[in-house]
Design a protein around this ligand. Structure first.
Ligand code: ADP
Ligand code: MG
Length: 697
């Protein structure tokens, strides 16, 4: 079937192949750009616009003009395929004169630029054999000259080219199909909703994205499209949230007596920030709907203590609590810390990790099922099919950024409706909190407990390595301990690992001879890691050469020196987290970033690290430098990438869309109302099976 065969049958879901001007070959090329249907074409927006100036008469061209725009009819055209630089050339005439146009490697123009066609071109004027000519000018083929105002400036769309398709072909396909498709675009909102938010109609916005009258018009179109994009995402999040909080949960209020009893367990007073988080969590726990909250704060800000507060509240109500850590080392560390707080209490605490014996596991399983354990700390082994609780009141997940929105739903899907608390030591900017954690409420601990030493961070070029080692030796001789961190870009890549192994040998044999240096990396068996960590914690190892396994929560107060090798290879958030490992005691700590930044962005990253230890500032900066896609690949969080909206620039818009989306779902949880049908279809189309979205209605 050809496009001609179905001239009137065009629908939004018509395969691109049947769109006029596409056909099977281009359809395949479009598919490589992710464009499969007519609707995808509508949403394939220009990357930018080139301004085509008002056209001037060819007769008025001057030999030195650097930006001329002219239009005229093609007199003759030919493709010269010989030589290293084949070219396509033609001449055009507008009645006042003629000029030669030449495109190197312009074979693709052969079919489109033929005698009699009218072109508008702009570019630099040059002289060749006494003729004016334009080399590789920007070109627009004017098919309907009536509709084109050559006497005015015009914005020419430049589409992201690729898959074998140049921007010009995409532009012409889209230009031709727009008039037929725009009337098919369904509006999501009524006039009132739109006008109160200053948004233009959806179809109008799509048109403005492709062929705006001027930049202002485009800006308004973009705003509407960005709003819609945020809207879909926020609707999905609102639905996920609705699903998780609509189940009943046990209300577990922490009255004054419980509060006093819990606080008495801690050998310190909570910081003001911890108190705020505790109050927010306690309010959630007191409700008959499950808490659904993110607790964020820098490493060492005291999140675990807050989580323990929540767990003890649940236990006071005779419910069980589970704390899940991303690694065994961390689980063990949490377990020990918590055990020390709970020493002498009646709380029955257990540890569940992967490497326990089957017998031990069976006993634990039975205890959990019988309710003989109050608080279990563990790894994802806690998610095992065979693990059942008698009455699980609270789940705490540490270092959540390893899980996506979709996985998050899985953790809770075990027939329980426990309260749910997520902890992350990666502070994220508010915009991102509204997206990747958009189904959660957020509590923030933005203050470290008192009495911490300062962490001073310096950038040192590789040339000064000797001095660095000398500095480290002094610190070790004075009884402190040090980390040497190596980037492991890809843990399965042998080369990266070798770097750490080699460094370990070198340090032990040379730079740090006389001290005990040990190696820890991601591919070691858990037991060995555990063993090395224990020796380090006990002060038996002076320096630890590590891949990023120490990222997630090692707590050794005496380790106050950290050398980060190849610091330019890390992002911003990671070194920041890493250095959270030091400065945990009262002594001042030193973080030495060894690196040779070779581009301004890497340079800026390292500079920010040296300037501040404020995790939120660093997160904002990271977002600015890298963009949200990379920083927190929304896709890896189960959310589609935003194409139009910019999480940095469109913060207000995102907030607006979020408020609207949550209001819509609160009023119509399954989007069943007739006036929500277009929205409902749109969300099913873009999110389909993702996030396990299904409508109750
Ligand atoms: P996080 O989980 O945020 O990294 P932790 O809860 O593990 O932080 O706390 C880090 C360290 O600070 C622990 O040794 C803990 O005992 C201590 N700590 C936590 N809260 C306070 C506080 N309010 N005052 C003093 N020390 C605290
Ligand atoms: Mg922690």
């Amino acid at each position: 079937m050809t496009a001609e065969a179905m001239p009137n049958g065009l629908q939004l879901d018509t395969p691109a192949q049947f769109v006029k001007g596409v056909g099977p070959v281009r359809a395949e090329q479009f598919a490589r750009l992710g464009v499969k249907t007519a609707e995808d074409l509508l949403h394939y927006f220009p990357r930018r616009f080139d301004l085509r100036r008002q056209v001037q008469p060819i007769g008025s061209l001057a030999a030195d003009q650097t930006a001329a725009t002219i239009a005229g009819e093609v007199l003759e055209a030919r493709y010269v395929a010989r030589g290293k630089r084949p070219f396509f050339e033609c001449s055009i005439d507008d009645g006042t004169g003629w000029v030669v146009l030449k495109w190197f490697h312009g074979g693709y123009l052969q079919k489109r630029i033929t005698r009699g066609v009218t072109l508008a071109v702009s570019g630099k004027v040059s002289v060749y054999r006494e003729c004016f000519q334009l080399i590789n000018p920007a070109v627009q083929i004017l098919t309907d000259i009536e509709g084109v105002d050559l006497g005015a400036d015009q914005l020419l769309p430049v589409y992201p080219a690729g898959g074998g398709l140049p921007s010009g072909v995409i532009a012409s396909v889209i230009r031709k199909v727009l008039p037929a498709l725009l009337p098919l675009v369904r509006e999501w909102f009524d006039r009132d909703h739109l006008s109160r938010r200053g948004l233009m109609a959806r179809a109008e916005a799509i048109e403005a994205m492709h062929r705006p009258d001027d930049t202002e018009h485009w800006g308004r179109g973009r705003r509407r499209m960005a709003y819609d994009e945020c809207m879909l995402m926020q609707l999905a999040l609102a639905l996920v949230r609705m699903r998780s909080v609509s189940r009943p949960a046990h209300a577990m209020p922490a009255g004054a007596a419980i509060d006093r009893r819990i606080r008495a367990r801690f050998p310190f007073a909570l910081t003001a920030a911890q108190d705020r988080a505790v109050a927010e969590i306690a309010a959630d726990l007191a409700r008959e709907r499950p808490m659904n909250r993110l607790l964020q704060g820098d490493v060492g800000s005291g999140k675990t203590v807050v989580a323990l507060y929540a767990a003890l509240t649940a236990i006071a109500h005779r419910k069980q609590a589970a704390l899940m850590a991303p690694t065994e080392i961390l689980a063990v560390q949490h377990y020990r810390k918590i055990a020390s707080y709970l020493a002498g209490s009646r709380v029955r605490l257990a540890l569940l990790v992967g490497n326990q014996t089957p017998r031990k596991r069976r006993i634990l399983q039975a205890q959990l099922a019988a309710g003989d354990v109050d608080l279990v700390v563990g790894t994802h082994a806690l998610l095992g099919e065979e693990i059942a609780f008698r009455q699980l009141g609270l789940v705490v997940v540490d270092e959540q950024h390893k899980f996506g929105v979709d996985q998050r739903s899985g953790i809770r899907g075990k027939g329980f409706a426990p309260h749910y608390l997520v902890m992350t030591a990666t502070p994220i900017p508010r915009t991102l909190a509204m997206t990747v954690y958009g189904d959660l409420d957020v509590s923030t601990i933005d203050e470290l407990p008192p009495g911490r030493g300062k962490v001073e961070t310096r950038l040192v070029r590789p040339g000064q390595r000797k001095a660095v080692l000398e500095f480290v030796r002094q610190k070790l001789a004075a009884g402190q301990q040090a980390y040497f961190i190596y980037p492991v870009v890809n843990p399965t890549e042998a080369g990266e690992l070798t770097a750490a192994v080699q460094a370990h040998q070198e340090l032990q044999a040379g730079g740090l001879a006389g001290f005990t240096v040990e190696l820890i990396h991601g591919q070691m068996p858990a037991e060995n890691k555990q063993h090395v960590m224990e020796r380090f914690a006990a002060g038996k190892v002076h320096a630890l050469v590590a891949s990023v396994v120490v990222e997630v929560g090692i707590d050794v107060a005496n380790a106050n020196v950290m050398v980060v090798e190849h610091a330019e290879r890390f992002g911003l958030a990671q070194p920041h987290q890493l250095r959270g490992r030091i400065g945990r005691g009262r002594d001042d700590a030193h973080c030495i970033l060894m690196g040779n930044p070779r581009n301004p962005v890497a340079e800026q990253r390292l500079k920010v690290l040296c300037e501040t230890t404020d995790g939120f500032r660093i997160a904002e900066e990271d977002l600015r430098l890298r963009g949200p896609g990379e920083l927190f690949g929304t896709r890896q969080h189960g959310l589609p990438e935003l194409k139009v909206a910019d999480l940095v620039e469109d913060f207000d818009l995102l907030r607006l869309a979020r408020r609207d989306a949550f209001a819509i779902i609160a009023e119509d949880p399954s989007l069943a109302a007739p006036h929500h049908q277009a929205l409902r279809e749109a969300i099913l189309r873009s999110y389909g099976g993702r996030l396990g979205l299904a409508f109750g209605g």
